[in-house]
Structure formats: structure tokens, C-alpha cells
Design a protein around this ligand. Structure first.
Ligand code: BG6
Length: 473
């Protein structure tokens, strides 16, 4: 194979990503309230429990809350320029609607960001990553209720004021469009999905849009140098065949993504949604001032990328495959991961170009990676490790396509691999679905020492960063 001739820009933000609820653990320590994740032991695929249950791997996670210094040291050893994590809202406001923030929660993130900055690692912070305070979910039905906008605004003001000198890069909501597929996980909506009306779902989305734009507005006022982005679940959709009906079906399907990026990047609702609302008997209630607030557009667009899907209008061919929170029609040209997610590096180049053609705003790939079963072995020196060539290949191939997109003229700010250290999966709440460069000794039956071990990919990624991607193949 030839070495990559394409170049990543100087100052490219290489790094890794996690979310508080999937790694921190310490679910009830130092004044933290419960979040929606603490009662979802099987992720989106399982039931919601009344109380946290022992089989919920997220309650301990990988114990990042107590071990973050060791972990950030390892990230620094790989040469990370940026580390994406989220703030657990319920550590700061245990019930979401409390009058005062929890000082111990605030202090934890002060210490965490200081530790990153000590190594020259920029924190990239997701304000809300699938961890709505449970009380907001139960008592208000999550984002269906307009009051959430005020609670979120309060939370955002608190963390912006507190961390304004430490955090430059912010994301308002993780995978904001995922609320369509997973209303509880994504939007804290307690009403079961099958009972949730489209009216309530799209009203909840409107509330999130207003909250997100408010965060951009407040952020720009308090932190003139900050960059505030949206975060989209990026799943490119291909027509299954050239049949014009499939093309139209694909166009409709893509709007599950573009509706969200359009509002964030342009500052108003796209016209095509008027037809959708009319045909589905949805009336979005705009409060006075909402239109103005929405005009606070994002500085950049970030997205996750794992899979692409196909779409067809042919009901006989419309089988649903597996994917990130939702499945599409499987693509006959692609292979899949052990979890049935189809692997498509070129889809990354495609969606980067789609976003850039549409908005000409900088893009940030904030999640990408391969969830796989890893085998811990001993190398010739007796060190425990994992020979994860499959992960190296996956990441290499995606990065090559990111470089192709850069060559196409797309502005890409950075790349953070998902789960740079093994953590608990969001969709299935498993530990055996591993993404990391660092193996964490913890298993789904709760056993394990929580020790960390460097995988082969650890050294590979260190080299990628050191050479600014020049050794990709
Ligand atoms: C994204 C989420 O949907 O995909 C992450 O932002 C999640 O929270 C990641 O972990 C991978 O999905 P999973 O289900 O394999 O953990």
C-alpha cells in the first residue's frame, strides 16, 4: 500500500472521546443525582428500572471518576491534542431544577480540565450527552416540557461561568437528532416511545433547538474566544437502487439529519419541514423570541460517524438492518462489525462533503470507531495487551477518507475516536463491546480489576498523531 499523500492541516485536533455516563461511574457520589442512564441497565435495548440495579454497568463504569489522572496521562502519552468528554448534568444540578449547583460536582470538572490542560490537551465538552437528570425526565417528561429550556439555560450559565478560562470547545447536545430514535436516552422523555405523539416529539425537538441556540448566544457573550458546535448522529443514506422512488425515499430519510444541522447552521426551520408538519398534523408552538434565539448559529458542526445505510420505497425490500441507534436497509457491498454495524469508510468522505457543501462551516468528527470483542494476551515481555489489528485497519481506513475529504476542500478541525479508553456501550450497556486504545479489565458480570493495559492500537495512534497522519496507508 502507498503512504498517504494527502495532508492533515497544521494544528489538526487529534484526540479521543468519551461521555461521563459511560465511564465515570461514581453514580451517587459527592452529591450526584440520578440520571436517566442510572435506570437503563441494558441501554436503549432494555427496560427502565425503578431504582438503579446492580446489573447496570454504568454505575461503576470504568471508574474514571477516581482514575482520570492515570487515564489522561495515557492520553497525553499518545499525544492527544484534544479530549472530548461530557459533564454529567446531575453532578452539577442533582435534580436538574435545583436552586443551587453542587459544589463537589463543579470541583470534579475543575480538576479534570486542569489535568488535561497540564498536558496541553484541550477539553472538548459535551454539555448534555444522554444523561438528563432523572427527576427532569420523571417530573417533566424531559424535553417535551418547555421548562427544560430554562433548567438547561441555568446549567449552561453555571458551567460556562465556571470553566470559561479552561474550556474553549463546547457541544450543546450529543447526537441531537437521535431523539427521533431513542426519546428516553436522548431527550429524557419518560413517555414510552410507542405512546409518544409526533406532536410532542417535534415540540421537544423545538425546545432542544431553542436551548442549543441559547447556549451558543450565552457562550459567545461570556467566552468570546469559545467555539460552540452542534453534534449530529451522522448516518449517510444511499438509495438502494436508482429507481426514482428510492431517490425520493432517500431524500426524505436524509432529512432526519439535515433538519437538525439546517436549524443549527442556518438559524431557521427549513421549508421542507412545513410540509412534514402539515402532513403529520404537527403544530410547533414558538414562544415570542424563539425565532430570534434560533438565529444564534453554531461555529462548527460536529458529528459521529460509524455506519451508512440504504433506503428504498419498495416495502418488500425494506428490511431493517442494525446500526447506531437505528438501522436502515443493509448495503450489499459492505461488511459488518460483530454488532452488525456496516463498515463504510467512504461514507465518511461522503458525509463530510455533504455537510460542507451545504453550510461551508468547519466540521469536527467527534466520534468514530470500531466496537469489537478484544482478547487480552501476554506479549513476549509478559505485558498484557491486545493485538487489535482490526481496529487499526478500521481507523486507518476512515482517516484516509477524512484526508480525501480535506483534499476535496472540506474544512475539518479535528478527529476524536470514540471510546479512546474502553467504556460501557450506550446502545446495549455492554463492556465487551470495546472501542479503546486502552483495555480496561472489567467484564459484564462485574468482575475485573479495572486495571488499564495498552493495546497495539495505542502505539499506532501515537504514531498517527506524531506524524500528523502522514503514515496512514
Ligand atoms: C454514539 C454515542 O451513538 O455512539 C455514544 O454518542 C455511543 O454515546 C457510541 O457509545 C457508540 O455506540 P455504542 O452503542 O456502541 O456504545
Amino acid at each position: 500500500m502507498n503512504k498517504l499523500e494527502r495532508k492533515f492541516p497544521e494544528g489538526f485536533l487529534w484526540g479521543g472521546a468519551v461521555a461521563a455516563n459511560q465511564c465515570e461511574g461514581a453514580y451517587n457520589e459527592d452529591g450526584k443525582g440520578l440520571s436517566t442512564q442510572d435506570v437503563a441497565p441494558k441501554g436503549v435495548v432494555g427496560p427502565i428500572t425503578e431504582e438503579p440495579t446492580e446489573d447496570n454497568m454504568k454505575l461503576i463504569g470504568i471508574d474514571f471518576y477516581h482514575r482520570y489522572k492515570e487515564d489522561i496521562k495515557l492520553f497525553a502519552e499518545m499525544g492527544f491534542k484534544v479530549f472530548r468528554t461530557s459533564i454529567a448534568w446531575s453532578r452539577i444540578y442533582p435534580n436538574g431544577d435545583d436552586a443551587q449547583p453542587n459544589e463537589k460536582g463543579l470541583q470534579f470538572y475543575d480538576d479534570l480540565f486542569d489535568e488535561c490542560l497540564k498536558y496541553g490537551i484541550e477539553p472538548l465538552v459535551t454539555i448534555s450527552h444522554y444523561e438528563t437528570p432523572l427527576a427532569l425526565s420523571k417530573n417533566y417528561d424531559g424535553w417535551v416540557n418547555r421548562k427544560l429550556v430554562g433548567f438547561y439555560e441555568n446549567y449552561v450559565r453555571t458551567i460556562f461561568n465556571r470553566y470559561k478560562d479552561k474550556v474553549k470547545y463546547w457541544l450543546t447536545f450529543n447526537e441531537i437528532n437521535s431523539v427521533i430514535h431513542a426519546p428516553f436516552l436522548s431527550g429524557g422523555i419518560y413517555t414510552p416511545k410507542e405512546k409518544l405523539s409526533k406532536q410532542d416529539l417535534y415540540q421537544a425537538i423545538h425546545h432542544e433547538f431553542v436551548a442549543s441556540a441559547l447556549a451558543v448566544k450565552i457562550g459567545h457573550e461570556l467566552m468570546p474566544k469559545a467555539k460552540i458546535g452542534c453534534m449530529i448522529l451522522g448516518t449517510p443514506t444511499y438509495p438502494l437502487t436508482p429507481n426514482p422512488d428510492d431517490i425520493i425515499a432517500t431524500m426524505q430519510m436524509e432529512r432526519n439529519i439535515f433538519f437538525f444541522s439546517d436549524v443549527h447552521a442556518r438559524g431557521y426551520y427549513p421549508n421542507y419541514m412545513k410540509r412534514f408538519f402539515k402532513e403529520n398534523d404537527i403544530q410547533i408552538k414558538f414562544e415570542p423570541g424563539d425565532e430570534e434565539i434560533l438565529k444564534n448559529t453554531v461555529d462548527f458542526i460536529s458529528f459521529s460517524y460509524y455506519v451508512s445505510i440504504c433506503e428504498t420505497a419498495d416495502t418488500e425490500k425494506k428490511v431493517t438492518g442494525k446500526g447506531n441507534l437505528f438501522g436502515g436497509v443493509p448495503n450489499p457491498y459492505l461488511k459488518e462489525s460483530e454488532w452488525g454495524w456496516q463498515i463504510d469508510p467512504k461514507g465518511l468522505r461522503f458525509i463530510l462533503n455533504q455537510f460542507y457543501d451545504r453550510y461551508q462551516k468547519p466540521l469536527f468528527i467527534v466520534e468514530n470507531g470500531l466496537g469489537a470483542v478484544d482478547e487480552l494476551i501476554e506479549d513476549e515481555k509478559g505485558n498484557k495487551t491486545v493485538n487489535d489489528d482490526y481496529r487499526i485497519k478500521y481507523l486507518n481506513d476512515h482517516l484516509v477518507q477524512a484526508a480525501e475529504a480535506i483534499e476535496d476542500g472540506v474544512e475539518v478541525m479535528g478527529y476524536t475516536t470514540w471510546g479512546c479508553i474502553d467504556l460501557v456501550s450506550a446502545s446495549t450497556a455492554e463492556l465487551k463491546k470495546r472501542y479503546g486504545f486502552i483495555y480496561v479489565d472489567r467484564n459484564d458480570d462485574g468482575t475485573g480489576t479495572l486495571e488499564r493495559y495498552k493495546k497495539k492500537s495505542f502505539y499506532w495512534y501515537k504514531n498517527v498523531i506524531e506524524t500528523n497522519g502522514e503514515n496512514l496507508e
